[in-house]
Design a protein around this ligand. Structure first.
Ligand code: FAD
Length: 454
């Protein structure tokens, strides 16, 4: 039986391990931490469950949704029947509340036109100029080298998008998906997000999130599925090096022990790969660290009562960006847990928690009238310094595909060349693709993974 070693138990490694085990391979998954799930994990405080960061997906994330189906946890996520996001103006600014939502029955990109026409956060003159930009974006090829050279902000300016349109609309979507503002994001990644999410299929951007802690949704469910298939999961097993040998690979553990495998899939972060493989194994091996990282900070606030009926809303003219109701997933039966998710949060990383909480509470009280007199029962700040790679210009050319210069070593990870930003969808896609490559190299035939339809 083909022995596959998967290094890294994030979504990429889990998807790879599951694909290989489903194909009948003898799988060993090695994860340095004491848990599975990688960048998606949960913790408990005062009896409430929190995630390291709010995670959302879109209807077009078909590989991720298939992965949830395969784990049998698709019933534990909520997927909006129709994209519908309230957008509130904060900072004491007048302008109230608009909605970004699709109009059923209209084909993309017209499905957004009625909502954009009424989007008062952007002055009418600038709103009118959005349609030509939207149409032009449909012809930007995210795979073109030129799109990897330019910032999205530069492209937007060249297509008549004023500062207000960028802050009140374009950044609202670019920040949480690319984890950089338009001014810094590569045009290639932004074009991928807008084209696949908003411009090609009318239902593609319907928003989804977990109704249970992420640790349960991903790590626990994957551990069960792998165990059912007889795959071996070894936690607290850091890999120190992988060394090719005749007809196989030796995986050296940090503990000094070693494991033999026919093929290996490395599903570790981009800044960890180079140290594990012989020089010259991975394309741009010495430069992978230049992919950089972009942080995400979450501020969770527990109010003693329900302060909003919205499951999710976005905020402009405010230090807040997106806010999610995490009450159900937190397991609390009293009050409401709101999670403020701050992408590209470089500035927030170094700020004291008390300051971040006070700012978030102040803004939530200004935005949500019932919060004005609500008591804050608890608050937690989660800082994820290396949440994603930094999808700036020229990052695309550094992202390698699944194959390496060694026929038995494969790569997976949200940071690899999936065509997607560093997301759960990208991670799962990379895992199943690497698994297909690894199994092919070992002579195991595989069917292309079945995807749920968008
Ligand atoms: C706060 C936050 C919010 C996010 N929000 C979203 C969102 O809303 N939507 C979305 O789609 N994506 C989001 N993401 C991104 C998404 O979580 C990641 O892109 C994805 O989970 C990465 O999966 P991965 O398997 O590629 O990498 P990782 O999850 O980083 O997994 C790599 C694994 O390798 C292990 N490892 C490293 N070195 C070794 C070694 N030497 N030996 C053994 N194991 C090793 C690590 O411990 C880790 O478990 C967010 C990320 C964060 C942090």
């Amino acid at each position: 039986m083909t022995r596959v070693a998967v290094v890294g138990g994030g979504l990429a490694g889990l998807a790879a391990a599951l694909s290989c085990a489903d194909a009948g391979a003898d799988v060993v998954l090695l994860e340095s931490r004491p848990r599975l799930g990688g960048a998606t994990w949960s913790f408990t405080r005062q009896g409430r469950s929190y995630d390291n960061g709010q995670h959302v997906f879109l209807r077009c994330c078909t590989a991720y949704r298939s992965f949830l189906d395969r784990l049998g946890v698709d019933g534990h996520v909520h997927l909006q029947p129709r994209l519908d996001i309230p957008v509130l103006a904060g900072g004491g600014r007048e302008g109230g509340r608009c909605r970004l939502r699709r109009t059923p029955g209209l084909p993309a990109p017209l499905h957004l036109a009625p909502s954009l026409a009424r989007y008062r956060h952007v002055p009418l003159g600038q709103r009118v100029r959005m349609l030509p930009a939207v149409l032009a974006l449909r012809s930007v090829d995210p795979r073109a080298a030129a799109a990897d050279e330019e910032t999205f902000g530069h492209w937007l300016a060249a297509h008549g998008q004023g500062e207000r349109a960028v802050t009140a609309l374009w950044d609202l979507i670019t920040l949480p998906t690319v984890n950089l503002p338009a001014a810094e994001a590569s045009l290639a990644m932004a074009a991928k997000v807008f084209r696949t999410g908003l411009l090609e299929r009318s239902d593609a951007a319907d928003l989804g999130w977990s109704d249970v802690p992420l640790g349960e949704l991903h790590g626990d469910a994957a551990a069960r599925a792998l165990s059912d298939l007889g795959a071996e999961v070894r936690l607290r097993h850091a890999v120190a090096a992988v060394a090719p040998k005749a007809n196989g690979i030796t995986v050296h553990l940090a503990s000094g022990k070693a494991i033999d495998a026919d093929v290996v899939i490395l599903a570790v972060p981009h800044d960890a790969v180079a140290a594990l493989v012989p020089p010259g194994t991975v394309a741009h091996q010495d430069d992978l660290v230049d992919l950089g990282t972009s942080p995400i900070v979450n501020v969770s606030v527990v109010f003693d009562r329900t302060v909003t009926d919205d499951a999710v809303f976005a905020v402009i003219d405010s230090p807040l960006q997106w806010v999610f109701d995490h009450t159900g997933a937190s397991g609390t039966d009293r009050g409401q847990v709101l999670v403020v998710s701050l992408s590209a949060a470089t500035a927030e990383l170094g700020r004291p928690s008390a300051e971040l909480v006070s700012e978030a509470v102040g803004e939530l009280r200004r935005l949500l009238p019932p919060a004005a007199h609500a008591e804050v029962v608890d608050a937690v700040v989660s800082r994820q310094r290396a949440a994603t790679l930094r999808a700036a210009p020229r990052s695309g050319r550094l992202r390698p595909g699944p194959a390496t210069s060694h026929p038995r070593i494969f790569l997976a990870g949200a940071w690899t060349d999936t065509g997607w930003p560093a997301t759960m969808e990208g991670a799962v896609r990379s895992g199943t693709t690497a698994a297909a490559g690894a199994l092919g190299a070992a002579g195991v035939s595989v069917r292309a993974p079945e995807e749920v339809s968008a």
